[in-house]
Design a protein around this ligand. Structure first.
Ligand code: HDE
Length: 741
């Protein structure tokens, strides 16, 4: 029998051993016993990367495994190292001759650290520089299989995707809510190779022929002398070009409409713009236009809101997308196709399908849903993923082919070419975010940033030395075989077909399809933009273009500019409005909407229940009070100093705080903080739903908002007020309140 002392010693040893085996808690984490602000000093493995963060190959050139898991090779050990894996003992001080210097040139760590920093920036995209992205999944419905053999459209087939949204004109640091077209680029990592659908939120484009792209972009970019204005079309060079090059009229009109200022990336339609050719398993073809239809509906900001947001929260769209995904309000779009017969003329109802300044109204060719896109994961690293992703309209899969649209053909050259400078060489396909999920065996060799260590000696065909590898695939093996389209023997020309000539009928159709409130927005947008131009001749010329679209549009803009309205040179053709082009009307899910709740310690009754109900409806409640901290256990997320009405889709007024000692005087009732009054006035002016109960009603009075106005809900029961406000939110805005004159 062992003495009790020996048993205790053995037990202690065992406990020690177990403690060694168990990972020490991350300092600062709950239960770790160390405060979050303390700098951890105990070496431990890096935090695990998120799934799908595949790093470069784990085998070195000498064939030695690095020992790190594939996804963590860039951060593979607990210690700080140089890029060569040498462990460092100090990265805070340069190597100096004595504590007071000079710094020694031999400090190889200093030189490597600064050299790398000096080259951290890469050239931004020439267009679409400002973007935000997310990972997700696309699920095919299977109903497209009759017309398209692409495997990812099969019933229930799930394909990982990466989607990047962007503005076009501004540079990488510009604001999100400028008036502009938005990019909507989707990378499908299919088993048959990567398919990129590089579209926009507007179904038509400024130009018919890719050779004009540098012209339109130079005109839209800041003036070359002073490099202003940033991310704006409201300047002379843009309207100079657009008024002279009238094929841009249709796209410009869409940008001047509410489509130019989306409420959120989640609430935009997407369009493939060009006509594509779909091929089925029997070789049958049909022409198609791609559409993305957001489940949250198509909604926009109002112009003043967009302008305020540029200053209040320049990252508004980026934040909105990331927050919604983080909160589990996953943005979703249905992919739809308009199917059009593949006739030799490639026209439909008189519309030339090779002309990207024209669209096909949904009333003539319905959009048929063929799959669902869900964005469910934010990127882990902005640069590695969102910045380095490289889209290309030529990334196609069997079943999807291109047509002879001259705009598309220029793009097929441009997207590969631009990556050479932007991503530093031809091997950008090896960057993790660009790696196909389908197996690759490409005979492409060498070049800058070659990550692969290719085996074999015969990267050529035919060969016998590598066993004949790799082999061409037949169509049955999944090989991509271009549709054998006849090409007419023709004369070489630099010219457009006559069917490209009508620049005004479709703009007129768009204008006539809008509701009065949307038309009023268009009028104001043109008046604002042309009002920012200096050259009288440009304003007059653009008014002439507007006259060709519609005399009423022209006359209303002319009034705003204080200029005479010209008469159209040609009588407008007869067009049939397309109701599908209007955004107003209908009721939509409210997921991910933001509700501001103004609170005060004097009126917290019901606030907790309202907050819970907002969350339960899938929306985001933000409590706004005079000071930060907590009120009755609820965290205050905004103060009157940090909040602005434009952050919220609806405003609730729970109690009416008196002015803070530092508030600016002057607005409304002195008993109400003037910043709250401003918030209410803006929300009212921007046609947002407003709810008030208890002391909150005083804010309406202070702001001069009639309690009986449409969309203003006043009641005694906070929950009843909220449910009415949610109903209004489903319609996006209370348009009855918006002046249309
Ligand atoms: Fe692009 N476009 N584009 N474009 N485009 C680029 O490619 C270009 C066009 C679109 O999030 C660039 O990788 C030419 C139409 C999107 O990374 C560049 C022409 C449509 C994105 C380029 C067009 C688009 C780009 C810049 C006329 C809608 C962002 C960096 C022939 C259908 C993709 C890059 C992303 C980006 C060229 C016309 C959409 C320079 C020459 C039409 C969404 O290659």
């Amino acid at each position: 029998k062992k003495p009790a002392k020996a048993v205790k010693a053995a037990l202690d040893k065992a406990v020690e051993k177990v403690a060694e085996l168990v990972d020490p808690p991350i300092p600062g984490s709950p239960g770790s016993g160390t405060p979050a602000v303390a700098e951890p000093t105990e070496p431990r493995d890096p935090l695990p990367p998120k799934a799908d963060q595949a790093g470069p190959a784990t085998v070195t050139a000498t064939g030695t495994p690095t020992g790190a898991p594939p996804e963590a090779v860039a951060q593979g050990c607990p210690y700080l190292t140089t890029a060569q894996g040498l462990r460092l003992h100090d990265t805070d001080h340069s190597l100096k001759a004595g504590e007071r210097g000079p710094t020694l040139l031999q400090d190889h760590h200093l030189r490597e650290k600064i050299m790398h920093f000096d080259h951290e920036r890469i050239p931004e995209r020439a267009v679409h520089a400002r973007g935000a992205a997310a990972h997700g999944v696309f699920t095919g419905y299977g109903n497209a299989s009759q017309v398209c053999k692409a495997g990812f459209l099969g019933a229930g087939v799930e394909t990982p995707v990466f989607v990047r949204f962007s503005t076009v004109v501004g540079s990488r640091g510009s604001a999100d809510t400028v008036r502009d077209t938005r990019g909507f680029a989707v990378k499908f990592y299919t088993g048959e190779g990567t398919f990129d659908m590089v579209g926009n939120n507007i179904p038509v484009f400024f130009i018919q022929d890719g050779i004009k792209f540098p012209d339109v972009v130079h005109a839209a970019k800041p003036h070359p002398d002073r490099e202003i204005p940033q991310a704006q079309s409201a300047h002379d060079t843009f309207w100079d070009f657009v008024s002279l090059h009238t094929e841009a009229t249709h796209h410009a009109l869409w940008v001047m409409s509410d489509r130019g200022v989306p409420r959120s990336y989640r609430m935009m339609e997407g369009f493939g713009v060009h006509t594509f050719r779909l091929v089925n398993a029997d070789g049958g073809t049909v022409l198609a236009k791609f559409h993305w239809k957001p489940k949250a509906g198509v909604h926009s900001l109002v112009w003043e809101e967009a302008q305020l947001l540029n200053g209040v929260d320049p990252d508004f769209h980026r934040r909105d997308l990331a927050d919604a995904i983080e909160a589990g309000a996953f943005p979703r779009w249905e992919l739809g196709v308009q199917l059009l017969p593949d006739t030799p003329k490639q026209t439909f109802e008189g519309i030339d399908l090779l002309d990207s300044t024209k669209m096909v109204p949904e009333e003539l060719a319905p959009v048929q849903p063929i799959g669902m896109l869900t964005l469910n994961r934010n990127p882990t690293n902005y640069f590695a993923e969102t910045e380095q992703v490289a889209f290309h309209p030529g990334h196609l899969v069997p079943g999807i082919d291109i047509t002879d649209d001259p705009l598309l053909h220029a793009r097929l050259f441009s997207y590969l070419d631009t990556q050479l400078t932007r991503l530093g060489g031809p091997n950008f396909g090896q960057i993790p975010i660009n790696r196909p999920h389908a197996p690759v065996n490409d005979m492409l060799r060498d070049g800058f940033h070659q990550d692969a260590v290719h085996g074999g000696v015969a990267p050529y065909r035919p060969n016998s030395l590598d066993g004949g590898n790799p082999f061409p695939a037949t169509e049955a093996d999944g090989g991509y075989v271009e549709v054998a389209q006849p090409v007419a023997r023709a004369t070489k020309v630099r010219a457009n077909p006559a069917s490209f000539a009508d620049h005004f009928s479709q703009p007129r159709q768009f204008w006539l399809s809008l509701s009065p409130v949307e038309q009023a927005h268009v009028v104001r947008a043109y008046t604002f933009e042309l009002g920012k131009c200096y050259e009288q001749a440009i304003k007059e010329r653009q008014l002439q273009v507007l006259a060709e679209i519609d005399p009423d549009l022209c006359a209303r803009v002319a009034v705003g500019l204080g200029l005479p309205a010209p008469v159209a040179a040609k009588r407008p053709g007869k067009v049939t409005p397309s109701p599908a082009l209007s955004q107003v009307g209908g009721s939509w899910p409210v997921d991910g909407r933001t509700v501001g709740i103004v609170v005060d310690p004097t009126g917290m009754d019901g606030v907790g229940a309202v907050r819970t109900a907002v969350l339960a409806a899938g929306m985001v409640p933000l409590l706004i009070a005079a000071h930060g901290g907590e009120l009755e256990g609820l965290a205050v997320q905004r103060t009157f100093l940090t909040a602005r009405s434009v952050e919220f889709d609806a405003l609730l007024l729970a109690a009416c705080p008196p002015p803070a000692p530092d508030a600016e005087p002057g607005i409304g009732d002195a008993a109400v903080d003037p910043r709250v009054a401003t918030m209410v006035q803006e929300a009212f002016r921007h046609a947002k739903a407003i709810g008030a109960w208890g002391g909150g009603q005083a804010a309406l009075d202070a702001a001069g908002c009639p309690a009986e106005a449409p969309g203003v809900v006043v009641g005694a029961d906070p929950s009843a007020v909220l449910s009415e406000v949610v109903g209004l939110l489903g319609k996006h805005r209370v348009w009855e309140r918006f002046p249309v004159g």
